[in-house]
Ligand binder design. Structure first.
Ligand SMILES: *Cc1c(COP(=O)(O)O)cnc(C)c1O
Length: 390
């Protein structure tokens, strides 16, 4: 089959796991079966029980493995289930080095749950290689990356971290939710396990919560499969189907959203209502060169700091098109307010230290008409402008 990504998106699943010879259906059946008939005492079919394997889920798992160029993929009931399962490859006494700009749920898992199992951690600024190097201990087993990170889109140099990890005998994990395999292929750069919140761009329609993990080697794949079957946080057949369908349009959706995001970032960058724009597609982004050496696009997520002369509550109220909500990566544009949403649990001074001010917003650009989006942002800025005291 073609190795072109957009062709693989449509046909990888069909070719790999699904062969509907009886009806010729182009969509995979949703196998709602927990158990599978076994013909003889000593004759085992490919499936026995759906926690261990389900034909619909298997199509999804083979598809993501192909898209990420991995040995095997596994589908979980959420991004957090995939991420925590990957950490469960570790043992008591191990240590992990993690980016301090990690997703909130991952931060909670590492700082509040892994510690109960005597797995320790050090949070570092992953844009600083010397700081990572200093944090590595003799018992460090994993370096955990997320790039671009959330919500300020900081960029980690994947190759440099992989090099450091290999020199110190550790694995590297990377949360590829923001880029997806369309734009960034971490396994090709030497990363060992790629993780996804498939709730976001991969599914693309805000209709499913799902996670995916892809291992580079057969050895890590076998370990992940053991954890998936043992913990049991699998993705259902129904949700696997929803995700398979969503992924088919990934290239079409994300290409449009990313083009619009670049246009919107440039518009915001020039606007007097905006103090600062964070978007790795802008040439003045501090990670621009590194990002473009390892990824094909700035992506569809950007953040911006409103200037003090805009009423932040008015700005949200006056916007008509974007949904004001947590999450990202959907056909509809989603505006989030990190200080009261993703980072609400963080004490205000720590938020401020990380640049997460009350005036910071994150926009995940959807596939609406980009001129409409820009017009909407502009009218909302105009209507929520404060007159500054003299
Ligand atoms: C949403 C998200 C997660 C968590 O995924 P869930 O599907 O919500 O469990 C992890 N990493 C990133 C970058 C995310 O945006």
């Amino acid at each position: 089959m073609s190795n072109q990504f957009d062709t693989k998106l449509i046909h990888a699943g069909l070719q790999q796991g699904f062969n509907e010879k009886v009806t010729g259906a182009v969509n995979p059946p949703i196998y709602l079966s927990s158990t599978y008939h076994q013909k003889e005492i000593n004759e085992f079919g490919p499936f026995d029980y759906s926690r261990s394997g389900n034909p619909t889920r298997e199509i999804l798992e083979k598809t993501i493995a192909q898209l990420e160029n991995g040995y095997a993929g596994y589908a979980f009931s959420s991004g957090m289930a995939a991420i925590s399962s990957a950490f469960l490859l570790l043992e008591a006494g191990d240590h992990v080095v993690v980016t301090k700009d990690v997703y909130g749920g991952t931060y909670r898992f590492i700082s509040q749950l892994l510690t109960s199992f005597s797995i320790s951690h050090t949070f570092v600024d992953m844009t600083n290689i010397a700081e990572i190097e200093k944090a590595i201990q003799s018992n460090t087993k994993v370096i955990y990356m997320e790039t671009p990170a959330n919500p300020l889109l900081q960029i980690t140099d994947i190759k440099k971290v992989v090099e450091l990890a290999k020199a110190n005998d550790c694995y590297t994990y990377l949360d590829n939710t923001f880029m997806t395999p369309l734009y960034q292929n971490p396994l090709d750069l030497g990363v060992d396990i790629v993780l996804h919140s498939a709730t976001k761009f991969l599914s693309g329609h805000s209709d499913v919560v799902a996670g995916l993990a892809v291992a580079k080697t057969d050895e890590l794949a076998a370990k992940l499969k053991f954890i998936q079957n043992t913990i049991g946080s699998i993705l259902s057949a129904q949700d696997s189907y929803t995700l398979i369908q969503g992924m088919k349009t990934l290239e079409t959706r994300l290409t449009k959203s990313s083009q619009s995001a670049l246009e919107i970032a440039k518009f915001l960058d020039e606007h007097h209502a905006i103090e600062k724009v964070y978007y790795p597609g802008l040439t003045d982004h501090p990670g621009f060169n590194v990002h473009h050496s390892q990824a094909k696009s700035g992506g569809a997520v950007l953040s911006f700091l409103l200037s003090e002369n805009v009423d932040i509550e008015g700005f949200v109220r006056k916007l008509e098109i974007p949904v004001f909500a947590v999450s990202l990566g959907a056909v509809e544009s989603i505006l989030s307010h990190p200080a009261t949403m993703s980072h609400a649990a963080m004490p205000p001074h720590e938020r401020k230290e990380r640049g997460i001010e009350d005036r910071l917003f994150r926009l995940s650009v959807g596939i609406e008409n980009v001129d409409d989006l820009i017009k909407d942002l502009n009218q909302s800025f105009q209507q929520s402008k404060l007159s500054l005291p003299l």
